[in-house]
Design a protein around this ligand. Structure first.
Ligand code: FEO
Length: 402
């Protein structure tokens, strides 16, 4: 049975959520599911903004049919050709053969690459192009690399509505209301929005900043992303957070500690450091075991805080593999503008500390705090004293005393 949701005059939500998906894009756990948003505008012409993932195709098609109310579909706007939003393009065009696809030239080529043929009726649009659909005008805004190169947004000036593809999206299914102001966004979605942003879009901060600049003079009454809640009020605060994320600035002053431990001694050091940081007055301390926490979670936490500590055993004359994987992910996502500290362990020939430092020091605007705390097997009295000194150095930095 259809589940269309009126969003505003002439605009319907026709998307759907999936709560059975274990890995989004085959890589990211989504324990709270994910929504695939799609929107239908009813004007002189009818306009569908994106389709949906194959997993929700049946409900999506039923929603579109219901929202059209017997009318033909005139336009299908494809903001992003990734299959979680374009998987149903072929089915839509089969059902509504007179529909014209409006998309960037790159998106049209990508649809051909995925579907094997070009849409029969398609028009390539670019930055600044407009299409009148009756009372309303579609204005296209190029937004490359958010999160693929073909991406664009659509702005409807008469209603101050913005359709933003993956930008401002979050993991998490929609339960009940689709409006952010009717949900507990900070409590229930912000951490998943952060995880979504840094894992999916975060590599392209410069491009996000450029898109945000284009939006700066546009009044926004309704913001419609392709995943997660729709914004009709309170958006400025989320926009400000997005500004920080895309500039690679810490969202909070605090310390995230990542540790790799085989027999618990490095874990012991990480926890002792966490306690010492708290004793020094640092309120925001998070501690993660890299062997058990998913990389997508740790990536988001590393970008959330101003300071990160990497505590690793040495394995096979290198960094413990799960820690090395985390550092590789940070590098791949342009980790920068952060302070870091290091704890190293090794029962013989410890090398993890120097190897970690070589990688982190090469990143843009990173700075080491304190000396590397060196452990041989288990934490000694001297090691514990060194950790307390490190905690003081980090705490002074976090709390702005130096
Ligand atoms: Fe939600 Fe980049 O697709």
């Amino acid at each position: 049975m259809y589940n269309t949701i009126p969003l505003a005059e002439d605009l319907f939500y026709v998307g759907a959520s999936n709560r059975r998906l274990s890995l989004f894009e085959g890589a990211y756990p989504v324990p709270r599911g994910v929504s695939y948003n799609s929107y239908l505008l009813i004007d002189g012409k009818t306009v569908l903004f994106d389709t949906a993932d194959a997993s929700v195709e049946d409900l999506f098609l039923e929603n579109v049919e219901r929202a059209l109310g017997g009318r033909e579909l005139d336009y299908l706007v494809v903001h992003h050709a990734e299959p979680d939003h374009s998987a149903c393009v072929c089915r839509i065009l089969e059902r509504y053969p007179s529909a014209v696809v409006l998309a960037s030239a790159k998106a049209i080529q990508m649809l051909k690459n995925f579907c094997g043929e070009l849409p029969a009726r398609s028009v390539a649009v670019k930055e600044g192009d407009t299409v009148s659909v009756g009372k309303y005008t579609l204005q296209f805004i190029s937004a490359p690399m958010i999160h693929w190169p073909e991406v664009m947004f659509t702005y409807i000036p008469e209603r101050e509505m913005l359709f933003t593809a993956d930008a401002f999206g979050t993991f998490g299914a929609l339960d009940g209301s689709v409006f952010a102001d009717e949900l507990h966004f900070e409590r229930d979605f912000l951490s998943e929005a952060r995880r979504y942003y840094f894992n999916i879009v975060g590599k392209y901060g410069a491009q996000v900043q450029s898109a945000l600049k284009k939006l700066s003079d546009k009044p926004l009454s309704l913001v419609c992303p392709l995943h997660g809640p729709v914004w009709r009020s309170g958006f400025s605060s989320y926009l400000e957070t997005y500004g920080k994320w895309s500039a690679y600035l810490p969202e909070e002053r605090g310390v995230v500690i990542f540790y790799a431990s085989v027999y618990g001694h490095t874990k012991n050091a990480a926890e002792l450091l966490a306690s010492a940081l708290a004793a020094e007055g640092v309120r925001e301390v998070r501690t993660y075991d890299v062997s058990v926490t998913h990389g997508s979670e740790m990536l988001a936490e590393a970008f959330r805080y101003s300071h990160a500590v990497f505590a690793s055993v040495t394995l096979n004359a290198g960094i413990f593999p799960a820690m090395e994987q985390l550092i590789n992910e940070l590098k791949a996502h342009n980790f920068q503008n952060r302070k870091y500290a290091i704890i190293e362990n090794g029962s013989w020939a410890p090398q993890a500390g120097a190897l970690i430092e070589a990688q982190l020091s090469a990143l843009k605007n990173t700075e080491k705090v304190g000396e590397t705390v060196k452990m041989i097997s288990a934490l000694s009295e001297q090691g514990a004293a060194d950790l307390r000194v490190l905690a003081k150095n980090i705490a002074d930095d976090v709390c702005g005393k130096i």
